[in-house]
Design a protein around this ligand. Structure first.
Ligand code: ZN
Length: 159
């Protein structure tokens, strides 16, 4: 089989009073991410991992933040466009693994819903998506709750 791998990384700033959208779902918290889109770091990292796997560029090139049509857009729409592009290039996703790095809030109870939301958009089985979360023991930008970051890798194969 002709496999390829891609990785993605994203960071967004956390600000009081903003919505926190992670993995396609809204999470109740006192702070949320600010961005041109809905600020979903996990989906943005996954988009870059998918694009990287097939050498199709990056999220900033495909969905420029200078374009007003992407203002406050639901990142699930961007993810759907990304997987369409991947399939148009004759690739299919084998699996995705990801890690969300944040100090607060605790998100363990939300992970299944995130996997469900992402698998629905990508039209792949839920067990092909892994989402993990970790803190940085109060160190760095995530630990100081200045931002949330996410990393993802994606394995694809030629159809
Ligand atoms: Zn982003």
């Amino acid at each position: 089989m002709n496999f390829r791998i891609g990785q993605g990384y994203d960071v967004h700033k956390l600000v009081k009073g903003e919505n926190l959208i992670l993995g396609g779902i809204k999470i109740n918290h006192t702070k949320g991410t600010i961005a041109h889109s809905d600020g979903d770091v996990l989906i943005h990292a996954i988009i870059d991992a998918i694009l990287g796997s097939a050498n199709l560029g990056d999220i900033g090139k495909l969905f420029p933040d200078t374009d007003s049509k992407y203002k406050n857009i639901d990142s699930k729409i961007l993810l759907a466009e990304t997987v369409k592009l991947l399939r148009n290039n004759n690739y299919e996703i084998e699996n995705i693994d990801s890690t969300i790095v944040l100090q607060k809030p605790k998100i363990a109870s939300h992970i299944f819903k995130m996997k469900e939301a992402i698998s629905n958009v990508l039209c792949i089985e839920i067990n092909k998506i892994s989402i993990k979360a970790t803190t940085t023991e109060c160190l760095g930008l995530e630990g100081r709750e200045e931002g949330i970051s996410a990393q993802a890798i994606c394995l694809v194969y030629k159809k």
